[in-house]
Design a protein around this ligand. Structure first.
Ligand SMILES: Cc1cc2nc3c(=O)[nH]c(=O)nc-3n(C[C@H](O)[C@H](O)[C@H](O)COP(=O)(O)O)c2cc1C
Length: 164
């Protein structure tokens, strides 16, 4: 009788937005809306120079979905203005709803605006709890120079402690 091959992940890994230079140690996946605060922060961290691939979750529904097939830290801004249900944007939920994407998450970095009080960086808590990974860091808006240095060094240390 003809053998039926087991179902496989046929989706091809999306190339990084910015590829690691030199020895590859890990990856960062981020989302940033049209206001681009998180995108600017990521660019300022210069993560590819540390061997970290950078992937961006698409903003528009018609864009090809992002397929990440390596371990990564997820960096996400909080939305929803205090609503727990809306704190994690649909684009981020769509990315994480793919089991092959979700399999690679190792930690979360969240951003937000302290004006939102108790819901500051809430998206990070929600995803960390749901995916059972640590919330590694949080920062406000585009972050500061100190945030950039801490994230850059923190990610290098994190990937050295989580080699895969
Ligand atoms: C409609 C709206 C709702 C927001 N809700 C929250 C919130 O509940 N908690 C929070 O910490 N920040 C909240 N923020 C602030 C964003 O997380 C912050 O502006 C972030 O830097 C946006 O990143 P981006 O420009 O990369 O999308 C909200 C911003 C907007 C525009």
């Amino acid at each position: 009788m003809e053998q039926v091959a087991p179902a496989q992940d046929v989706q091809v890994a999306t190339p990084p937005e910015y590829a690691a230079v030199g020895e590859h140690i890990g990856a960062l996946v981020y989302f940033s809306s049209q206001s681009r605060n998180t995108a600017r922060f990521v660019a300022n961290c210069q993560l590819p120079d540390e061997g970290i691939n950078v992937f961006r979750i698409p903003i528009k529904p018609h864009e090809a979905p992002l397929n990440v097939r390596e371990p990564y830290v997820l960096m996400i801004p909080t939305y929803g203005g205090g609503s727990v249900r809306k704190a994690v944007l649909p684009q981020i939920r769509r990315f994480l709803n793919d089991p092959a994407n979700r399999a690679g998450i190792r930690g979360v970095i969240a951003s937000g605006n302290t004006n939102f009080g108790e819901s500051f960086c809430l998206a990070g808590d929600i995803v960390a709890r749901k995916c059972q990974v640590p919330l590694i860091y949080y920062f406000e808006l585009m972050g500061t120079k100190e945030d950039e240095q801490k994230v850059r060094k923190g990610l290098v240390d994190f990937f050295h402690n989580h080699p895969e």
